[in-house]
Write a protein that binds this ligand. Structure first.
Ligand code: C2E
Ligand code: CA
Ligand code: CA
Length: 560
């Protein structure tokens, strides 16, 4: 313990609570070399600081007679507070009666005033801290100090014993607090701890009657093992209601693996429940998911893709397809550019469409590798075609939300252009509108900088977000790409049709050309043309096709 303390160079925190300046000075001087000392003048100040600080105190030195809130009251409050009660408290007094009373109330020790032997005081405090830390570690071997639930090892050990004793069907439940890190960041660890204690209490209160044992294996994750229930609807609803009456806006994600397979180990059973809980992450319409073999297969599939993406990049199994964009202002449509869209030709799994891996890789950051690959290959094709046909066809590439945060983004594009001898006009950038709702400030900064460097930015999926109007007035862009759903809905009702007209009008007012994508029929094409939409992309002209096939569009354009 001692060597750890020295080696880590980390000072424990001591809180001194005394209304007399002299006493605070003397005590600080005694402690300040060994501890990180904070002083306050009375019980209410102490109470406040204990609740607002993010790092725990290892010891409280408490004067008993103080104005506002005295030492006895503070002592009582701390000992009654689940998140604070394990902090040892040493009272400072000169009266025998008070000593006895405070020890009864839970004080760990006392120091008598006046303070004459600094070494003795220091040694005594040191010992109390050590004792309390040891006690907490011993207790934490079985139960989690904070919540009183079982710790991982013991939880799994009890599951083994339960399985030996009873033959019933059992369920494994995982609870996870949604975005718990934000609670800690915004409100501090003290509140974070209160949340954990409350959640633990709600879970064990509600699950207790169902022959359940509960554990907190780590952080904001809770495990429950209980006898099988066909439906958890009512339980989940009760948990939700209780949680929301304590903390509004807090969501508990729940994953349930029913009728566990007892031939697999306990950890794996909870891994399965966790797979279900993870499914709920981005879905705000529900907070619970059940494990199924289909879910299992899907998660294995995701793992496989994550595992194989590096090989795919190395072996060039990712293929860049191109979909033409035609200008339709004249009598004959003219090929003006193309969008690069990725496909994965997996050696064993076959052709995988971006819908199956782009969202997955966006959620874990791997999309950056894919995007870089696509940008490089798309640019190489542009150069190849220019060399072969003496014809420059700009290609637009997709830029993910996460790419926006890449500090080297601009440099990467510059390098790609330099390698292929291209200009900024030949590689267009499609940035999805959802990047705006995520972090408008950052997006504006990046887009402005890219445009300043000469790049052309197309706003992809325009109209799909919640702040489209806001965005279009604050973010300078070169092209607006109407979200596909508008074109799809256009034929359905008059209102949707009017909406498209309105967007095109706004774009014209702002002097920004509109690209309509997802155009499949001649009727859609003509309607959009009439409204003043200049560029069309969609199956009407062509699906995305491999480069070998796409050159036919170029050749046709040259020969027309
Ligand atoms: P997106 O950028 O909005 O791309 C348009 C999608 O609409 C493409 O699907 C395209 O094939 C499809 N599409 C085009 N015309 C029509 C049409 O007339 N009818 C219908 N029903 N669909 C049409 P794809 O290629 O499957 O790509 C889906 C999404 O995957 C893209 O949406 C984009 O968000 C993402 N994606 C594709 N390639 C990349 C890439 O290299 N990087 C990144 N970050 N995302 C990519
Ligand atoms: Ca796109
Ligand atoms: Ca789009």
């Amino acid at each position: 313990m001692e060597s750890f303390r020295v080696a880590s160079g980390f000072k424990r925190r001591v809180l001194i609570v005394d209304d007399e300046l002299v006493n605070r000075e003397i005590l600080s001087n005694i402690f300040k070399d060994t501890y990180d000392v904070t002083c306050v003048c009375d019980g209410s100040e102490a109470w406040e600081i204990l609740h607002s600080e993010t790092r725990d105190f290892s010891l409280v030195l408490l004067d008993l007679l103080m104005p506002n809130m005295d030492g006895f009251e503070l002592l009582e409050r701390i000992k009654g507070d689940d998140t604070l009660k394990s902090i040892p408290i040493i009272v400072m007094t000169s009266e025998k009666d008070a000593e006895v009373r405070s020890i009864r109330q839970g004080a760990a020790d006392f120091i008598t005033k006046p303070y004459d032997m600094p070494e003795v005081i220091l040694a005594r405090c040191e010992r109390i801290i050590e004792l309390s830390e040891d006690k907490n570690t011993i207790r934490s071997a079985e139960k989690d100090v904070l919540t009183g639930l079982y710790t991982r090892g013991f939880f799994f050990e009890y599951i083994r014993q339960i399985d030996e004793l009873i033959d019933a069907s059992m369920d494994a439940l995982v609870f996870n607090i949604d975005r718990f890190h934000l609670v800690n960041e915004i409100y501090g660890r003290r509140v974070g701890n209160e949340v954990l204690v409350k959640v633990a209490q709600i879970i064990s209160d509600i699950m207790g009657p169902h022959a359940a044992i509960s554990g907190r294996p780590e952080g904001d994750t809770f495990f429950v093992y209980c006898t099988h229930l066909d439906s958890y609807d009512e339980i989940i609803e009760r948990i939700r209601a209780e949680l929301n009456s304590a903390f509004a806006n807090l969501r508990l994600r729940t994953g349930i693996y029913q009728n566990v397979d007892k031939s697999i180990d306990a950890q794996t059973r909870f891994d399965r429940a966790k797979i279900a809980a993870d499914r709920v992450r981005g879905d705000y319409s529900t907070s619970v998911a059940y494990y199924s073999s289909e879910l299992h297969d899907r998660s294995l599939y995701s793992e496989r893709l994550i595992n194989d993406i590096d090989d795919a990049i190395r072996n060039e199994d990712l293929k860049v397809y191109f979909q033409p964009k035609y200008e339709v202002t004249g009598d004959v449509p003219r090929l003006r550019s193309a969008e690069a869209l990725v496909r994965w030709v997996h050696p064993e799994l076959g052709l995988i469409s971006p819908g199956d891996f782009v969202p997955l890789f966006e959620s874990n950051g791997l999309i950056r590798k894919v995007d870089n690959y696509v940008w490089e290959h798309a640019a190489a094709y542009v150069k190849q075609w220019r060399d072969r046909y003496g014809f420059t066809l700009p290609v637009s590439v997709n830029v993910s939300r996460i790419d926006i945060y890449d500090p080297e983004l601009e440099q990467k594009f510059k390098n790609i252009l330099a390698v292929n001898g291209l200009t900024e006009k030949e590689l267009l950038l499609e940035i999805t509108e959802s990047a705006y709702s995520e972090d408008a400030g950052k997006l504006i900064e990046v887009v402005e900088s890219l445009r300043h460097r000469g790049f052309k930015v197309e706003m992809d999926d325009f109209g799909s977000g919640y702040s489209s109007l806001n965005m279009i007035t604050t973010l300078p862009i070169d092209v607006l790409k109407l979200d596909m759903k508008f074109v799809r809905n256009m034929g359905k009702d008059d209102k949707s049709l009017k909406l498209v007209e309105l967007i095109i009008d706004i774009a014209r007012f702002l002097d920004v050309p509109v690209v309509a994508e997802g155009v499949e029929t001649e009727e859609q094409l003509n309607t959009l043309k009439k409204m003043g939409c200049e560029i069309i992309q969609g199956y009407y002209f062509s699906k995305p096709v491999p480069a070998e096939e796409f050159v036919l569009f170029i050749e046709k354009e040259i020969n027309s």
